[in-house]
Design a protein. Structure first.
Lengths: 112, 113
């Protein structure tokens, strides 16, 4: 399973765009890149998933360079309610691993 | 459509006691997982199942057993609880596609004294 490295914590202010970068140098050909959000006392919630280039949904954008060794989660115009831990995962549920591996995540704190 | 439901939400056990955590999903998902999360840490996979009647070990399986007798249910058992098993336990489920979108329950907070 590909290991991921992401910053332990980040601070931002309301209304700003936040970019969280994740490194995954050993990503495999079949691996997808997925980001989850977790609020205190809740289970993680799926945010976005991508394989290459750029993916955008109503919540976030995910930028993946051609070599796929890193990815960047972009949260536009954050609010106080975006304060949470964000996890970057690399893997595939169709492969023999068939499991999700969570790292330590990035604690994002949005300040007023 | 309740999604993933965990029972119970809270539990206090004495060392050596046994208990079973129940996870139920109503989305007809093939894959189910049990994770534990310790304070300030990420989630660690205990066991998982890729279908009814099948289970596999994850990263930290020792001290736990699981069963998947029905597709919608995934049970996590602690035969002899230890203080080191004090944690928050999360169950999740997903479809067997080549993506990584899983749905998590609200968690079970277990304290072993």
């Amino acid at each position: 399973l590909a290991k991921t490295t992401q910053p332990i914590s980040m601070d931002s202010y309301e209304g700003q765009e936040v970019n969280i970068t994740c490194s995954h140098n050993n990503i495999a050909t079949n691996d997808y890149i997925t980001w989850y959000q977790q609020f205190p006392s809740q289970g993680p919630r799926f945010i976005i998933q991508g394989y290459k280039t750029k993916v955008t949904n109503e919540v976030a954008s995910l930028f993946i360079p051609a070599d796929r060794k890193s990815s960047t989660l972009s949260l536009p115009r954050v609010s106080l309610s975006d304060t949470a831990v964000y996890y970057c995962l690399v893997g595939s549920l169709s492969g023999s691993a068939r499991q999700l591996t969570f790292g330590s995540g990035t604690q994002l704190t949005v300040l007023p | 459509n309740a999604g993933v439901t965990q029972t119970p939400k809270f539990r206090v056990l004495k060392t050596g006691q046994s208990m079973t955590l129940l996870c139920a999903q109503d989305m007809n998902h093939e894959y189910m997982y049990w994770y534990r999360q310790d304070p300030g840490m990420g989630l660690r996979l205990i066991h998982y199942s890729v279908g009814e009647g099948t289970t596999a070990k994850g990263e930290v399986p020792d001290g736990y057993n699981v069963s998947r007798l029905k597709k919608q249910n995934f049970l996590l058992g602690l035969e002899s609880a230890a203080p080191s098993q004090t944690s928050v336990y999360f169950c999740a489920s997903s479809l067997p596609r080549s993506n990584t979108e899983a749905f998590f329950g609200q968690g079970t907070r277990l304290t072993v004294v």
